[in-house]
Design a protein around this ligand. Structure first.
Ligand code: ADP
Length: 201
């Protein structure tokens, strides 16, 4: 199963990915997590990405595409993967298509979680509160200013990615405003109907 999860920041991609990882036994490849790990480890990529990420902007396509290209080569991604937070631009979607073509692979589905902007801001505010209450560290970009930039980047650069996948009929939309379990069910239904018959994982 090779899946892309699309949706604005705070749409629930991480929550749903975690569930799908368990069910399908495939890794969640979150470019946000990979970039945060690079920042923490102060790698050249991390040093380059940090300032952009803290402000809520997008890291350059070449950087992110390079990270994903390496990551999907790893043995645990051979049987499939869930891409979370990638592709975020049409150029990234094109680069992914090229990468997969070279490996003779195809995506099984692209699932878009739809959530309206007001609900997203409320979710982020809540995530910050819960993180603080549990003694965790709040993400540097989980503040109203950076969130606005993230949302603007989503509308300007990531929303066209949906159109890109709608063109080849891979795109399926799910109501991300529904309760978490209902969203999981809706995604499951989509994946069951888009599973390739010849595929075993
Ligand atoms: P969100 O919760 O906003 O969806 P992520 O954890 O997916 O956040 O990503 C956090 C930040 O990492 C983004 O705001 C962006 O700066 C950077 N980032 C993650 N994925 C990509 C990508 N595919 N292209 C460019 N930048 C990315």
């Amino acid at each position: 199963m090779r899946l892309v999860l699309l949706g604005p920041p705070g749409a629930g991609k991480g929550t749903q990915s975690a569930r799908l990882t368990e069910k399908y036994r495939i890794p969640q490849l979150s470019t946000g997590d990979m970039l945060r790990a690079a920042v923490k480890a102060a790698t050249p990529v991390g040093l380059e990405a940090k300032a952009v990420m803290d402000k809520g902007g997008l890291v350059p396509d070449e950087t992110v595409v390079g990270i994903v290209a390496d990551r999907i080569e790893a043995p645990d991604a051979k049987g499939g993967f869930i891409l979370d937070g990638f592709p975020r631009t049409v150029a990234q979607a094109e680069a992914l298509a090229k990468m997969l073509r070279a490996k003779n692979m195809e995506l099984d589905a692209v699932v878009e979680l739809k959530v309206d902007d007001a609900a997203l801001l409320a979710r982020i505010v809540n995530r910050v509160k819960e993180t603080l209450a549990s003694g965790g560290t709040v993400r540097a970009d989980d503040n109203p200013e950076a969130f606005k930039v993230r949302l603007d980047a989503y509308h300007a650069q990531t929303a066209p990615v949906s159109d890109f996948y709608a063109k080849n009929a891979l795109l399926k939309s799910v109501d991300g405003m529904a309760p978490v379990d209902a969203v999981t069910h809706a995604i499951d239904d989509i994946l069951e109907s888009s599973r390739r018959p010849a595929q075993t994982s």
